[in-house]
Design a protein around this ligand. Structure first.
Ligand code: S3P
Length: 165
């Protein structure tokens, strides 16, 4: 691999889990964009969101993403919203291989139901309201996610990606 591999997808799609597996398998560094932001600012994503608001968070996120250009080639898990702001998606497509982990909304919801407290966009949403929100957000975001060079879904996600490297 001579360029970064960017894993994209909705919250709960498993970007970090798959990214770690892929990095280990390939003997490459693993970068988690949320983690990079938390390390740089010494605060959780929830705290940053709360203190500065979403628009400023998106700026930190775009800056952190661009810092990857100076780091050794590796596997990058970006945030669920990263591809959907500014020209982040075009930047990632120019810098490396983008891979969309496309998961059914039922799977996402099952995973996210118990994690709403730690996720700033989902905080306080339950039941039907959570379901409607996830459906709608996924629909708007899919337009960006689908611009990925590779879309993987179903079983054997790791194998599907390795096959393309
Ligand atoms: C967000 C997803 C989160 C994190 C932040 C915003 C989003 O990342 O960046 O809470 O807008 O979908 P994960 O997708 O890794 O949970």
């Amino acid at each position: 691999m001579d360029k970064h591999l960017f894993l994209l997808g909705f919250m709960g799609a498993g970007k970090t889990y798959l990214g770690q597996q892929l990095a280990e398998q390939q003997g490459l560094p693993f970068y988690d964009l949320d983690q990079m932001i938390e390390n740089q600012w010494g605060k959780s994503i929830s705290a940053l969101f709360e203190q500065m608001g979403e628009a400023s968070f998106r700026q930190l996120e775009a800056d952190a993403l661009r810092r990857l250009a100076g780091l050794p080639v590796g596997i990058v898990a970006v945030g669920g919203g990263t591809p959907c702001f500014g020209d982040n998606m075009a930047w990632m497509n120019a810098q490396g291989l983008t891979v969309y982990l496309k998961m059914p909304v039922s799977v996402l919801l099952a995973r996210l139901k118990s994690e709403t407290a730690q996720r700033p966009l989902l905080k306080g949403r339950v039941g039907d309201a959570l379901e409607t929100f996830v459906h709608q957000l996924l629909a708007t975001r899919s337009v960006y996610y689908e611009q990925a060079a590779l879309v993987v879904s179903g079983d054997n996600l790791l194998e599907q990606i390795l096959f393309k490297l």
